[in-house]
Design a protein. Structure first.
Length: 179
């Protein structure tokens, strides 16, 4: 069952995944540049170029800002790999051979990567709230909505799909062994 397909949705998916990977590279580079700026500023190494007082957030808690930037960089890196796995799955579907053990591993890895992004979002949100309250004098709070459940639901779906693909690949191998 390895008939190549020419599906417009798969082509669109490939392009979107590639664009999202490119955006991750840009976001990662920007995050690392800002991280370098914050570190240099907080160490006083940019005193001749900028006025540290203009950066109230960094002055209030440089470690919090650095922590947020490091976690954002880690999240962007995880998303880069996530979209790479997505591109590989799309390619295997386009090649007409999606039910392979490698796709089960890819889906499982995608679920773990998204779980990492979701876990990192919690301390980032708490640090953002801490910084907002530090600068504004308090009163800000975290708000949750039903949309905050999309990530965990997607993670569960990916883990389930990984198991389905693993079972499908095993069944296919068994079927090919009997023919």
């Amino acid at each position: 069952m390895t008939a190549k397909t020419n599906d417009a949705l798969l082509s669109f998916g490939k392009v979107v995944a590639l664009i999202l990977q490119a955006m991750c590279v840009l976001a990662g580079a920007a995050t690392l540049l800002v991280l370098a700026f914050v570190v240099l500023l907080s160490l006083g190494m940019l005193s001749g170029f900028v006025n540290a007082g203009d950066f109230e957030l960094i002055e209030a808690s440089p470690l919090s800002v650095v922590s947020i930037l490091v976690m954002l960089a880690a999240s962007v890196a995880a998303l880069f790999f996530f979209f790479g796995k997505m591109r590989a799955i799309i390619k295997s579907v386009g090649d007409g051979d999606p039910f392979i053990a490698e796709n089960a591993r890819r889906l499982n890895a995608m679920a773990w990567l998204l779980l990492g992004v979701q876990v990192l979002a919690l301390p980032v949100g708490m640090l953002r709230l801490y910084l907002a309250n530090l600068v504004s004098g308090g009163g800000d709070s975290l708000n949750f909505s039903v949309y905050d459940l999309q990530g965990p639901v997607m993670i569960i779906v990916l883990f389930i799909l990984a198991r389905i693909f693993r079972i499908g690949a095993t069944m296919r191998e068994d079927l090919e062994g009997t023919v």
